[in-house]
Design a protein around this ligand. Structure first.
Ligand code: MG
Length: 369
């Protein structure tokens, strides 16, 4: 089954409630869409949601290098995912976001060719997945609590709070949310590298009675020593996010004793192909994974949902990126349940089940055999 045509597009979506982090704000989705067509007319869809402050790539860089990637795999076997992804991953160490778009389009094709939903193609079976919802850094405790109340009203049972303010300012926000939501809602914190070592120790110790689930990326991306020291200083599990892009990072973090959990994001790993390797390495160390996101629509989230469904070791689900999208450019794929906050529904459509409304996409460029 040969790759016959690849269409590359841009996709822009506004986000109603921006998420502020110590690295900057996620206030709009500036994404790239990939449509791969094979010589027997199977179509696979992928999406990149570059986040320069973390992944180092942008819509512009993804759109440009996607054309080189498309030429690289043109005319080759779409089902040989290992070879195709090794070619794409060898082209650049960067642009992981758009590498993931090609990857999920190839998995979409392979699962469709096997006439299976992607989670079945990956060896999985149905299980319930329920995402948390993220609240960004707000100026006042009142603003944080107000959004937490909205999420409680929407029925969520897990909230992730962005932290990483200076000193001990975060404590009042997290404490107020715990008091609001009661004991039954899971709470986790994500510093996005915003703390230094002493600030992390002081904050996590000050939050010790708030029954948090874990602290995500408390320290700088490169600070494996600090993460390992922190794990020995505090009782809270540490989840690595920006510190783990691929399977090699996973191995290094585990060897350094620098994390309790690993956050897989397709946009960091360059897709499912490497995401599976991260999960396998984590599982070998009896370590659970989380699956996260940047500013993806329901299309890339569908690929992530199928991966998580297939791999129960991917335990923590943080797939809320399009919950506050102004518009929905996707047909099919994952949906948030209308009644149970955060519950994710998928059909048994083959592949990852999602495609874009092409009239919502822009700047199409076509590479053909
Ligand atoms: Mg994170």
């Amino acid at each position: 089954m040969k790759i016959e045509k690849i269409d590359i597009y841009t996709l822009n979506v506004s986000i109603k409630i921006p998420i502020n982090t110590p690295l900057g704000a996620i206030d709009k989705a500036e994404n790239v869409a990939i449509k791969i067509t094979t010589d027997n007319d199977i179509i696979g869809w992928g999406e990149a949601s570059p986040c320069a402050m973390i992944t180092g790539d942008t819509q512009e860089s993804n759109y440009a290098i996607a054309q080189t990637m498309a030429r690289l795999i043109m005319g080759k076997n779409a089902l040989a995912i290992d070879s195709r992804m090794n070619e794409i991953n060898s082209l650049t160490v960067g642009d992981s976001s758009v590498r993931s778009a090609f990857d999920m389009a190839l998995y979409d094709i392979a699962a469709k060719a096997a006439n299976m939903p992607l989670y079945q193609f990956l060896g999985g079976e149905r299980r319930q997945l329920r995402t948390d919802i993220t609240i960004g850094i707000k100026n006042t405790v009142e603003e944080t609590v107000a959004q937490a109340q909205d999420m409680l009203d929407a029925g969520f049972d897990a909230i992730k709070l962005k932290v990483g303010r200076s000193g001990l300012q975060d404590v009042a926000h997290v404490k107020a949310v715990r008091e609001l939501v009661g004991a039954d809602v899971a709470l986790k914190i994500d510093s996005n590298q915003g703390w230094d070592y002493p600030t992390a120790v002081a904050n996590i110790k000050a939050m010790k009675d708030l029954n948090l689930e874990y602290s995500e990326q408390p320290l700088a991306v490169w600070d494996y020593d600090g993460l390992a020291r922190l794990r020995n200083q505090v009782d809270l599990p540490i989840c690595a996010d920006e510190s783990v892009f691929d399977h090699r990072d996973a191995l290094k973090l585990i060897k350094a004793g620098a994390a309790d959990y690993l956050n897989i994001k397709l946009g960091k790993s360059g897709g499912i192909h490497t995401g599976l390797k991260i999960n396998a390495i984590a599982e070998s160390a009896r370590m659970k994974c989380m699956i996260g996101c940047f500013g993806e629509s329901r299309l890339a989230l569908s690929a992530a949902v199928h991966l998580a469904m297939a791999k129960p070791n991917i335990y923590f689900i943080d797939l809320d990126s399009c919950y506050h999208f102004e518009t929905d450019p996707v047909i099919g794929g994952m949906r948030y349940d209308d009644n149970i906050g955060g519950l994710i529904n998928i059909s048994d459509d083959i592949g990852h089940g999602a495609m874009f409304k092409e009239n919502e996409l822009e700047n199409r460029i076509t590479i053909e055999m």
